[in-house]
Design a protein around this ligand. Structure first.
Ligand code: SF4
Length: 701
């Protein structure tokens, strides 16, 4: 880093990676971001992790898309076969006029035949305004709700359970509230790697004597700070959580007054829990009854307890049930709506909260308003000056891919998503993308998904955008352009607006603030949050007045459900979709690493991050490696019922002996070739966290 004189300009924005939403100051020299400093946002107070501090230079990478591209008539068959350094073999450069004209003409031809020929994937890497416009593009332009984004792959089940039981899909307390907690549970999350700045608050919490209970099948880094570490069997969340709640019921440690005042269905929950004794559940979850009892007492007797969870909870076919248990645990102990207490699913991408709030979900319009409600649709049609659209829930990410594979969806508009890497059973997803008659990809790089595109529209990175984003804490923050997009690349919202105009929509936005103003007309969550305030403030929604910085804790005076009460929904034990057997005897789980972000399209093009973590790798217990005669650093073969990859093995004592952990950022050993596409029936989220797998030494390696 340099001193105060070594840059030409500085711009305040928000880190583009995880849901923590750290505020940054971008120092620019000669038209390029030279370095990044953390500044005093409410979620980071000046702190940054390695990604935020050193992972910015991808925006200047030579592989940035700078001109619109059209697939050549004589291009090879669609597949993962384009050299990102030489696009000429498959694509030719086009003017914006030609590319947009072709995109609009072909979209309209598909629409004319049947509007349901077309579906869209928006992006949590874009701003709130861009997410809003994208869902409006599909709903107004094609009259249906077949629009989704990566929330389907991360916290869809958490959101389903939260909406069902507390009436809102967002967190009930910010993570900074640990300052006021006595006990914190972190389950199925690895914040030291995936939400590193939030993890610093958790570590501080333990330093001042707070009791931390970590629950995870992997021995994640936070275990080193934990009062209790419960390394339970993969997929056994419900049995463990129900056993803990059974103790709270049996020992009458629950908060009767809170339950009576603020909840419903307690009698059914209580009755249901009676069968889940610690002794009965211990063999299933692998945690001793004594520890289950201890944890139950610690949490129930705390003055204030906060529960954080990640995708270890959500990415299961019983992900919604897992979240229902966590909600019940918080409700029965009165741990919602007061300082230091609450429910907090740690959101993954930097704007996945905002993109979900903005309606980039097939069953919900902005602010989680149901597409099935005639009055709600009428309200939107009034604001949009538009004819009505379908009252049927739309298709989700994996359903859209299945329908594309079946030939029922023929065209897709994909903005900043990478399903050719991120979807489960990704060979199936790639085959589906290859079948499309029309694929329009709007992105900053030739992603694996763009390999299959017919038309590629060069877009903008977050540090080139103007707009707002919303972090895991419900904090709405401005992002501002520090640099201009390279070449002819454009801000995403401008591309969507022009495409909308060309397919005949009545859009006349000339500034992104107009989009925000329109969002406020239908989104009560944005009440009292104005563009002007956001110039200087971060605002946590809901904000109760134009001077209120927002509510860090919600639901202290009732829940946004019909009768103002939250609900207990009992959860039963459902085993994972596929059990290990003789052929596939181990369990695979996937996730992220500290240095690499999601499918790696950005961080693998960031010099420092790529230098620290350059190679595809997976982690196994050293004893497992020894038994198999595998040395750490050796290439091994991993095979599931979906496919096979070869990848470098690492030793990690924190991994159970029958497990392998595989990061999903590496195209050369794509973890999602292996994963199971079975989905949770409520959240429709795939079971990324449990696949039966075979691990083999490569004999001639
Ligand atoms: Fe960026 Fe998340 Fe790291 Fe903060 S914690 S710097 S938001 S990646």
């Amino acid at each position: 880093q340099g001193d105060s004189k070594d840059y030409d300009s500085e711009t305040e924005s928000v880190c583009p990676f995880c849901g923590v939403g750290c505020k940054v100051s971008l120092k620019v020299k000669d038209g390029k971001v030279k370095y990044v400093e953390g500044i005093n946002g409410p979620a980071n107070e000046g702190r940054l992790c390695v990604k935020g501090r050193f992972g910015f230079d991808y925006i200047h990478h030579p592989h940035r898309l700078t001109k619109p591209l059209i697939r050549r008539d004589d291009a090879p068959a669609k597949g993962l076969n384009v050299d990102p350094g030489n696009l000429d073999t498959h694509f030719r450069e086009a003017t914006w006029e030609e590319a947009m004209d072709l995109a609009a003409t072909r979209l309209m031809a598909l629409r004319e035949d049947d509007p349901r020929n077309v579906a869209g994937f928006g992006s949590a890497k874009c701003t709130n305004e861009e997410a809003y416009l994208f869902q409006k593009f599909i709903r107004q332009g094609f009259k249906h709700n077949n629009v989704d984004h990566c929330t389907r792959l991360c916290h869809a089940s958490s959101v389903a359970a939260l909406i069902e039981n507390v009436g809102s899909g967002a967190v009930t307390a910010t993570f900074n509230e640990v300052e006021n907690s006595d006990v914190v549970i972190i389950i199925g999350a690895n914040p030291i790697e995936n939400h590193p700045v939030a993890a610093t608050y958790f570590k501080q919490f333990t330093k001042r004597g707070g009791k931390l209970i970590v629950m995870d099948p992997r021995g994640v880094g936070m275990r080193k700070f934990a009062t209790e570490m419960l390394q339970f069997r993969p997929g056994a969340d419900v049995s463990m959580l129900n056993a803990i709640m059974n103790v709270i019921v049996e020992e009458e440690l629950y908060d009767s007054q809170y339950i009576h005042t603020w909840t419903e269905n307690w009698a059914a929950e209580k009755e249901h829990l009676s069968q889940f004794t610690p002794e009965a559940m211990a063999p299933i979850c692998g945690i001793e009854p004594d520890q289950l009892r201890r944890v139950a007492r610690t949490f129930a007797q705390a003055k204030a307890g906060l529960i954080f969870w990640g995708m270890g909870v959500s990415q299961h076919i019983h992900g919604t049930d897992n979240s229902r248990c966590l909600i019940s645990l918080a409700l029965m102990t009165g741990n919602v709506g007061k300082p230091g207490a609450g429910l907090h699913p740690l959101r993954g991408q930097n704007n996945v909260q905002g993109a979900s709030d903005a309606g980039l979900i097939p069953m919900f319009l902005p602010d989680y308003q149901s597409v099935m409600d005639d009055d709600i649709r009428a309200k939107f049609n009034n604001v949009w000056n538009s004819e009505d659209f379908s009252n049927e829930k739309g298709l989700t990410v994996t359903e859209i891919i299945d329908q594309a594979y079946a030939g029922n969806i023929k065209g897709m508009y994909i903005q900043g998503e990478n399903p050719a890497m991120s979807d489960p059973d990704v060979n199936h997803a790639r085959a589906a993308l290859a079948k499309l008659d029309l694929m329009i990809v709007q992105d900053i790089f030739l992603t694996e998904t763009a390999n299959y595109a017919d038309i590629i529209l060069p877009a903008s990175a977050l540090y080139e955008k103007n707009g707002t984003v919303s972090n895991t804490n419900r904090q709405v923050q401005r992002v501002r352009p520090a640099v201009t997009p390279p070449g002819e690349a454009r801000e995403d919202w401008k591309i969507t607006v022009e495409l909308a105009q060309r397919i005949g929509l009545n859009w006349d936005y000339t500034d992104v603030s107009q989009v925000f103003a329109e969002m406020k007309l239908t989104m009560a969550s944005l009440d009292n949050i104005t563009w002007e305030r956001l110039e200087t403030e971060t605002i946590t929604y809901p904000s109760l007045s134009e001077t209120d910085p927002g509510q860090a804790i919600v639901f202290g005076d009732g829940f946004p459900r019909a009768d103002g009460r939250a609900r207990f929904t009992p959860a039963s034990v459902i085993p994972p979709d596929e059990a290990p057997d003789d052929e596939y005897p181990m369990i695979a789980t996937t996730g992220r690493q500290l240095e690499h972000w999601h499918t790696g399209s950005m961080t693998r093009r960031a010099k420092v991050l790529d230098a620290v973590e350059p190679e595809a790798n997976c982690s196994l217990n050293p004893r497992t490696l020894k038994l198999m005669g595998i040395e750490p650093g050796e290439m091994i073969r991993l095979t599931t019922r979906r496919g096979s990859i070869e990848i470098m093995a690492r030793a990690d004592r924190a991994i159970a002996e029958d497990m392998v952990f595989i990061p999903f950022a590496y195209v050369e050993a794509a973890a999602n070739i292996l994963t199971n596409s079975a989905i949770d029936p409520f959240g429709k989220i795939p079971e990324f966290k449990f696949s039966a797998i075979r691990v083999e030494k490569i004999e001639d390696a």
